[in-house]
Design a protein around this ligand. Structure first.
Ligand SMILES: [Zn+2]
Length: 97
């Protein structure tokens, strides 16, 4: 049954190519992934690209008073965010962060 095995061979060949591409991807991104890991960045891995996210940005939110415009009136900067346009959320004590 040659026909029955050809589909299995195609599947195995695709699987082999897929594994080889991931291996190549890991070797290409190895150095920057190591750096990101030491910085405690979150890493989303795809075969052809990486997305690195500094977890500290998770704690930034837009100021609810000035909505990121930095000033409330023309002469007065926002008192809530001190004119930065954002607030930094602090982790809850005893929380997971
Ligand atoms: Zn503000």
């Amino acid at each position: 049954m040659i026909h029955g095995n050809s589909r299995g061979l195609q599947h195995n060949a695709l699987l082999l190519v897929h594994r080889l591409m991931w291996r190549l991807s890991r070797s290409m991104f190895d150095e920057i992934d190591s750096f990101a890991w030491t910085q405690d960045w979150r890493i989303e891995r795809r075969i052809t690209r990486r997305l690195y996210h500094d977890r500290r940005f998770d704690s930034l939110v837009q100021c609810s008073e000035c909505h990121g415009s930095f000033v409330v009136t023309e002469d007065e900067e926002c008192r809530i965010c001190s004119g930065t346009g954002h607030l930094i959320l602090l982790p809850m004590p005893g929380g997971e962060g």
